[in-house]
Structures are given as C-alpha cells and as structure tokens.
Design a protein around this ligand. Sequence first.
Ligand code: NDP
Ligand code: OXD
Length: 308
Amino acid sequence: MAFLYKGPAQRGAIWAGHFARKMPQLPFLTWPEVGDPAQVRFLAAWEPPPRLAETLPKLEVLFSVGAGVDQFDFSALPPELAVVRMVEPGLTACMCEYVSWAVLSLHREMPLYLRQQRHGVWNEQPVRPASTRRVGVMGMGTLGRAALAQLRLLGFNCAGWNRSRHNEPGVRCYAGEAELDAFLAPTDILVCMLPLTPETRGILGRRVFDALPEGASLVNAARGGHLVQPDLLAALESGRLTAAILDVCEPEPLPQGNAFWDHPRIWLTPHIASATQAETAAEALMDNLRRHEAGLPLEGVVDRSRGY
Ligand code: NDP
Ligand code: OXD
C-alpha cells in the first residue's frame, strides 16, 4: 500500500518528511515515481494523471491538495473513487484573515479613501461601528463558517446563505433559492465563499446585485466562475455596487487589457486569499488516513452529484 503525491516539490518534500516520521508504514511516493502502480491506494493532487483507472488501478481515494474540487473532471474519474477536498486548519485560518481584511477595508471605506488620496482630497465619511454593517456570507461551509466566526468577533451584523438549513448562533441563516432575496436585501457587504458547481457558476450577476441594497459591496474569495464580469461593471457604473474586492478571476491570470485591472472601484489580489499550508495539511491528511484505516468516514468527502 502506498501514498502518491503529485504537486509542487516544496510541499512534497515537507509532506514526505511528516509521513516518514509519523506514518513510516505507508510509503510516500512523489509523481512521476509511482513504484508498483498496483500498490498506490491514495493520491493527493490538483491535477490527477490522465487515464487514472489504468494508471493507478487500485486507487481508493483522491485527495485534492486544495479546498476546491472544481478542477477535477468527475466524469473522467472512476465512479467508485472517493474524492476528498482539503480541510486543514492552516488554510482555514488564512481565509479568515483575508475575509476579515476585505470586509474591514470595505466597512472602513478604504477604496474611497485611496481614491481620495490619489486626488489630494481630504474628506471624511461618518465613522460607523461594525455592528451597524450587515455582512452576508454565501456558503457557510468549512471556510465560510470560520470567516463568519471571525467577523462576529469583530462585531459585524452577520448572515449566511446555504443550500440547506444551517443554525449558527449569532448568524441569521437563510436557505435555498426561496430565501435568497431575504438574505440579500439586508446585506451591505456580500462575501462569496461558495464552491464552483453548475448551480453556482455565474451566481454573482445582475439578479443578485439587483437584490442587494443600493451601494452594497462585494468580496469574491471563492472562484472567478461565480462572477459575471460585465454585470459587475454595470453594477459599479450604476452605483448599485460601491466597490468589489476580488481574489479570483476567470481566467487566471486575468488577461491584460481587462477593465478590472485599473477600475477605480475594484481591488484585485492574485488568488492568494488562502492556500494549503504544508505542515498543518500533512497532519490533517494523516489524521484522515488513520480514520480511513479505522473504517471511519473520511473528512471532506465530496458528493459528486452536488459537485462539492
Ligand atoms: P464547503 O464544501 O465546506 O462548503 C460549501 C458551502 O456552500 C456549504 O455551506 C453549502 O451549503 C454551500 N453551497 C453549495 N452550493 C450551494 C448552492 N447551490 N446554494 C447555496 N449554498 C450552496 O467548502 P469550503 O468552505 O471548504 O470552500 C469553499 C470554496 O472556497 C472552495 O470550493 C474554493 O472554491 C474556495 N477557496 C478559495 C480559495 C482562495 O484562495 N481564493 C482557497 C480555498 C478555497 P450546504 O451546507 O447547505 O450544502
Ligand atoms: C483552494 C484554492 O481551493 O487554493 O484551496 O483555491
């Protein structure tokens, strides 16, 4: 039985060290060295090798090295293969930092003050406490829920929207398309933390922007495919939205010449809201493998029919 890693070498070296120390009974292989392919039961990859069923005939679990699984073509994976997304505390903590930074920046009008500085304008807006700002998070999964806990600590008035009913103390929870308008109507800062699936592709578009209060702002730290770019430009132009902070775009990198690059109301970051942290992820992976060995359910198993 062996574990195969396919990904950046630096992370692979750290993981190999952790596995050698804590799980020496499970050989850790690094792609393209697969040894006896029939021994490989576990694969961690962003992009699995082609023709997976033939290449690794005894594979039981495919671990995504990131929290997202939208990079996988599920139809090309063996149907019985378990697919697991990355759930690890380092990645979650970094996402909480990013969402807190972005929401605080919008709450404290930083896009406006930066524009003012560029034009030599000294003009103050009323200073409002966080409790008067309503933040709505789309997707209260591992990352959205953790971000909301942090936002609550900062004092924001918080809400969340999911496919199914959630209950989270101190968070107004909404479920499904039927409650989307009720969620959006009182949302000053909308944060997208959804997985990218056929249902959520293009969700950040005119229909959602029109349901927000005039002058609301957007944070997209999920996937570029959630956003309809022309709809965002139109919403910023009309004043429906005041500003947007985007960590993700489609395609990435954002092509030169795209209107987002020098739009005065858009802040861009290059998909750095969070990233799998090698040390904490190695421990989380090994915990998951121990659960599997003990016959317990793996953490982060993807429901392929839902796409997350
Ligand atoms: P989870 O799978 O834990 O959570 C997904 C959440 O989204 C659930 O609460 C789910 O609701 C909700 N959801 C899914 N589909 C719908 C829908 N159609 N309508 C309403 N709610 C829906 O995901 P994570 O929190 O781990 O990760 C979220 C995403 O963050 C990843 O898929 C990835 O794309 C992105 N990401 C971005 C990073 C970056 O650096 N920019 C880094 C890491 C991740 P329910 O519980 O009801 O099913
Ligand atoms: C992830 C990402 O999905 O980095 O982990 O976006």
